[in-house]
Design a protein around this ligand. Sequence first.
Ligand code: ADP
Ligand code: MG
Length: 140
Amino acid sequence: MATQRTFSIIKPDATRRNLTGAINAKIEEAGLRIVGQKRIHMTKAQAEAFYAVHAERPFYNDLVSFMISGPVVVQVLEGENAVAAYRQVMGATNPADADEGTIRKAFAESIEANSVHGSDSDENAAIEINHFFTEDEIVG
Ligand code: ADP
Ligand code: MG
């Protein structure tokens, strides 16, 4: 598998608890390179658009409120098979189901406040990266 990029968000529950560095350590230990990174406070419109795929789910409004409840760190990660590799180090959506050693097992507070987002496909990774980064903000 060739070098690939994926999109990551360190969510407000993690920035609030000062876990950016600890999460970045797990990302780097997994062999992924952080090639773009910035701390932002998402607008409601940005969060709604980002999670539009979940608009019909019962947790959508709460999820949008959570994502704008504090700063987030948006990231571009690069490496072998980056989309799948990051999903693996993130762990399951529900931390109760997450494997030992994963970010969500170590840090997530709940199924909603689960510390990180990672793209679920190569196609969505490209869309999500373009949403938050210009090409000159990504330095490999
Ligand atoms: P993932 O982030 O693992 O790809 P999903 O794409 O299914 O998971 O969901 C997006 C985000 O929505 C999750 O990371 C989590 O913050 C939230 N979420 C998912 N399922 C629930 C749920 N049942 N209740 C509350 N929040 C949820
Ligand atoms: Mg998802």
